[in-house]
Design a protein around this ligand. Structure first.
Ligand SMILES: [Zn+2]
Length: 303
């Protein structure tokens, strides 16, 4: 027994020695499943549905986010936004449940990097519709979707699935989209299930679109154990021209040649305090848009 235990300890030490770098970045309390229905029982869900809960759903992606952030960044950030938004809605008397986040997204822009997993839009659409059907079967009447991933092909897929959910009367679905992204997609607020959230302005200076100051700050607030700060602090600003930015949006090898390290902006300027402040504004914008939509529907919810 004693010898067995000694072997076990030796094996454990070896395992720690070989796995140490990955173990240092294990997600802890910031798991994207935290606060979702996945952590509760079906009876908890039934009880919340009987009180008229709406559903909130974050749709992210597994995508490269520079050398300093994890591939799950676009899942962690919107999941954090929804937890804050759900609290704000609750204080306004709007009960909600959070659906486990979707992470098999559509990746065009960063598709040339390892770890950017891209799903065909039609596959994502069908999967979304099945989730909508399941939530409707559970008694949910309205579901609000947000995106954690601003790739136009990904966000366009959410818009299309939401439109189909409404057209086919599967469930009342909304895509709560940051106004600048909604305009870029050609959506109109109030049409086809899209509603715009009034988005806080980005930091001044060069565009900070991907794995830069904003996203790195959000991750430092939500999941600091997943941020490789020693690397982030060494990354210089990308300083792209408008022409280079337009080229980056084309995606694939062109995007990779313009941002070879896979980030765009100033990750070295990130702080947890900046992340916390911005997340509060963004979550507030989502909660406001949802409240306004509910108010327009029946005049009894929201404030
Ligand atoms: Zn991102």
């Amino acid at each position: 027994m004693r010898r067995y235990r000694a072997c076990g300890i030796l094996a454990a030490l070896l395992a720690v020695a070989t796995a140490a770098p990955a173990a240092a970045r294990e997600p802890s309390g910031a798991s994207p499943l935290a606060g979702t229905i996945a952590t509760e029982s079906y009876r908890d869900l039934e009880r919340k549905v009987s009180h008229g809960a709406i559903a909130l759903w974050a749709l992210g992606a597994i995508e490269e986010h520079g050398p300093h952030l994890p591939l799950m960044t676009d899942v962690v950030v919107p999941s954090g936004q929804l937890r804050i938004a759900a609290g704000a809605l609750e204080r306004r008397g709007v009960p909600s449940v959070i659906v486990p986040p979707y992470y098999w997204g559509v990746n065009n822009v960063t598709g040339a990097f390892a770890g950017s997993i891209s799903i065909r839009p039609e596959v994502m659409t069908e999967l979304m519709l099945d989730v909508f059907r399941s939530m409707a079967k559970a008694g949910i009447k309205r579901i609000y979707c947000i995106t954690g991933h601003f790739d136009a092909a990904h966000a366009g897929t959410i818009a299309a699935a939401v439109k189909r959910a409404n057209d086919e009367k599967i469930i009342e679905a909304r895509f709560v989209v940051p106004a600048p992204l909604g305009k870029r997609l050609g959506l109109v607020s109030g049409q086809s299930g899209a509603i715009f959230a009034e988005w806080p302005a980005p930091p001044a200076g060069e565009p900070d679109l991907h794995a830069g100051e904003m996203e790195t700050s959000a991750m430092l607030d939500l999941a600091p154990e997943l941020v490789q700060r020693d690397i982030a602090s060494t990354l210089p600003p990308t300083g792209l021209t408008p022409e280079q930015l337009a080229g980056w949006r084309k995606g694939g090898d062109t995007a990779r040649s313009i941002t070879p390290s896979g980030y765009l902006g100033r990750p070295a300027d990130a702080t947890a305090a900046k992340g916390s402040a911005r997340l509060a504004l963004e979550a507030g914008a989502y909660a406001d848009a949802i409240s306004a939509d509910l108010k327009a529907v029946d005049g009894s919810s929201g404030n």
